[in-house]
Design a protein around this ligand. Structure first.
Ligand SMILES: Nc1ncnc2c1ncn2[C@@H]1O[C@H](COP(=O)(O)OP(=O)(O)O)[C@@H](O)[C@H]1O
Ligand SMILES: [Mg+2]
Length: 323
């Protein structure tokens, strides 16, 4: 059964802003689906509709088999949500917050306490459980959010930019927890601006720009779609040897124009061809000095589909900064 299905889902805001503009999704139970796009693309609006917090103005959506508009109560019982801008009361402790969630979901006090302790341990907040949330770091708040979303053991978990603004260590901790939850059977719908996050976690990725899905598939398939990996290589003694080297490389793939004194060749398959190339060059007496296998990235996909770089991608970070 599909965990999430939408047909031409749309949300228009006052003033005619089409935040979500006809989105078709089909997320299988057990999948991690990455919803990747820049700021303002429509990610949060989509999540808010899928989690019954906002009414669609067009199309339909079913989550865990229930319609988000006409069966909102059933949907809510099946889902967990950690929103981008979660409003955590800074005066409450982590433990109190989790227990409040448990109460809201109708768990008996004892069961709520047990589960709360287990969840706080799970996200590494046992030590901090009795501190006020106001003293938590960004990473700790996100982990508490995640724990709070898990209180009623949801089958579908929605995470809206769970790691935006976090340091690499906190980001890693969230990634590990999401992977674990998914391995235990939870379907995860995760929005992100980070290519690396989508690439690392998601079974499939939908790229959203201006309210529309512009590309969808496994990270590998999306990348393969825009281009093949290529090898960049320099020889220990390049002088006069370039032509012979290019000849050897041409046996393995299409030679590309050289760049910064490096010789480039496009490869059909990538990694598995690197060894044979080095061997073939050695047999010709050509010693390799440096060698880089360059894989296309999800940013390349985004650029190919929209003409723009994603924020958070290496290429975007290299853009000159004004002033
Ligand atoms: N309540 C609202 N009223 C008017 N416009 C909104 C509202 N919420 C979001 N938008 C607009 O809808 C678009 C998509 O926003 P959002 O879904 O938050 O994007 P994302 O989460 O991908 O950054 C943006 O142009 C945003 O300004
Ligand atoms: Mg958002």
């Amino acid at each position: 059964m599909a965990a999430i299905e939408t047909q031409q889902l749309a949300r228009e805001f006052e003033g005619g802003i089409k935040a979500v503009d006809g989105v078709d999704l089909a997320v299988d139970a057990g999948e991690i689906y990455g919803f990747l796009g820049p700021n303002g693309a429509g990610k949060t609006t989509t999540v808010r509709m899928l989690t019954t917090l906002l009414q669609p103005t067009g199309g339909r959506a079913q989550v865990a088999g229930f319609d988000v508009a006409s069966e909102a109560g059933e949907v809510r019982r099946k889902i967990g949500v950690a929103l981008q801008e979660a409003a955590l009361d800074p005066l409450m402790t982590g433990r109190e917050l989790i227990q409040l969630q448990a109460t809201l979901h109708g768990l008996a006090r004892e069961r709520g306490n047990e589960l709360g302790d287990a969840l706080l341990g799970r996200v590494g907040l046992t030590q901090a459980a009795d501190r006020r949330v106001g003293t938590y770091s960004g990473g700790m708040r996100r982990r508490l959010d995640l724990a709070a979303a898990l209180v009623h053991e949801p089958s579908v978990l929605f995470l809206d930019e769970p790691t935006t603004g976090l340091d690499p260590v906190s980001r890693q901790a969230i990634w590990e927890e999401v992977s674990k939850l998914n391995a235990e059977g939870t379907t995860v719908f995760l929005t992100t601006q980070y290519l690396e996050e989508a690439d690392r976690l998601a079974d499939r990725v939908g790229i959203i720009a201006s309210g529309r899905i512009v590309a969808e598939g496994t990270p590998a398939a999306l990348k393969a779609d825009v281009g093949k990996p290529h090898l960049e290589l320099s020889l220990a003694d390049q002088n006069g040897n370039e032509a012979r080297c290019t000849e050897v490389l041409a046996r393995f793939g299409k030679p590309l124009p050289s760049k910064d004194g490096k010789l480039l060749v496009e490869l059909e398959h990538g990694t598995s061809e690197v060894g044979p190339i080095v061997v073939a060059l050695n047999e010709e007496g050509l010693a390799v000095e440096s060698l880089d296998l360059v894989q296309p990235t999800l940013d390349d996909v985004f650029v190919a589909k929209t003409g723009e770089h994603l924020e958070g991608s290496e290429a975007a970070e290299q853009e000159p900064v004004a002033g």
